[in-house]
Design a protein. Sequence first.
Length: 169
Amino acid sequence: MTAVELVQGDITHESADAIVNAANSSLLGGGGVDGAIHRRGGPAILEDCRRLRAAHLGKGLPTGQAVATTAGDLDARWVIHTVGPVFSTTEDRSGLLASCYRESLRVAAELGARTVAFPAISTGVYGWPMDDGARIAVGTVRAADTTVEEVRFVLFDERAYEAFAARLH
C-alpha cells in the first residue's frame, strides 16, 4: 500500500525520486508550478521537453497523460509532466484530472521511482475548486495499483493543505 503524506511548501525544494509537474501541453514551461520547476530545475528539463516534442509529441502532451524528463538541478531523478484539465461548469472533466494522477504514478512505477511528490494539479490558473481537486487527487492515489511506496502532496498554501488534510483523514 502506498503511504500518502502532506507537506505545505514549495515542490521545487522537495527531495523525491520523481516530482510531478502540472505542465501545459506545450511542455515548454509556463506559470505557476510549471514555471517554478523549469526555473529551479534549469535548462536540462527544457532540453528534454524539446526532444520529446521533436520526437513523438509534436502536437504537445494530451490532457490527462504523463511523460518523464530529467529533473535537472532539482533534488529528484525525474520530473513527470502531466497536463491537467481546465475546470468547466458545463462538462465533467474529473476523469481527466484523475488520469493525471494515475498516469503519473504509472510512469513513476515504470521508471522505478519509490517516492513521488505531487502538486495540486489544475487547482491554480486552471480553476479547479480546491476541495474537489483534493477529493479526486487523494481518492485516485489511494485507489491506484502501483509499486510507488510514498506519495507526497506538496501544497503551496494553508488553504490547499487544509483541503487535502480533510480528504486524507
